[in-house]
Design a protein around this ligand. Sequence first.
Ligand SMILES: O=C(CO)COP(=O)(O)O
Length: 292
Amino acid sequence: MASYPILPEKLLLISLKMYFTPDQTLTYLRDLLNPTNEIVHPANKDKLLLALIPDFLTIWPCAQILKEYETSLTTTTTTTGTPNSTPPFLLGAQDCFWESQGAYTGEVSPSSIRALGCTIVELGHAERRAIFNETDDQTARKAAATCAQHMVPLVCIGEVTAPGPIASQAVGQAVTECAVLVRAVLAAIPDDAPVIFAYEPVWAIGKPKPAGVDHVAAVVQGIRAVIGSRSGTARVLYGGSAGPGLWGAGGLGHAVDGMFLGRFAHQIEGVREVVREVEETLALYASQVLCP
Ligand SMILES: O=C(CO)COP(=O)(O)O
């Protein structure tokens, strides 16, 4: 029987949006998986998960590359996980339709996305909301359809307006804006379904710099309070011009469960730098548990 994927402690998800050609996408994925590029240290594979979210057209060839990669792991290591455990690298889609079959020309079925090997479906991105008028209700329906296929909805939330001079007001306003979609999605999906919320302030997407750490940390705390307790895992990531330098000392490592990366992870070096920063904090937290 199908089960939901298990989400590890930290997640780094990379969206390619519509930036890459098919060739670039496949080269990039091969580079991410190439052991000589030393992206995720093998000792951290259970704690830190990477996922690629390419365009629809390249999901299938990416899935083939990932299949070869997983086969190579099973032949080179003895610890390959249980049949239901989450694979070492996940594939996602950038959207889906809320129905799984029918006369819906141009739409993409969540069951087809699942059949091709995806585990994550990104939903409600700010660009889809602004350009294609996607509504909270539509995003929530897509999240339900995603869970029905035992995939994980990656729901993008975030306030539209940049913070004004009063920090507490800006945080309150941001949480209020995010809460509407958080509640709609949680009401639409089973309580035990895993879900990821990517907090992406709309004003910080596609910019030279991300949102400030204090603002993000306070808003994410508010979002976690809105999520409350549920039986399924809920992870909250930060996205919006995220990249190297954002996670480590004085950064987001203490506040979020990972990052949703765009442009600043579109080179392998950027991914490696971000992964190193996350791995350093994994080691730090582990030593804090051992030596309180
Ligand atoms: O929207 C984003 C991820 O989907 C963030 O993109 P950028 O990091 O390029 O701003």
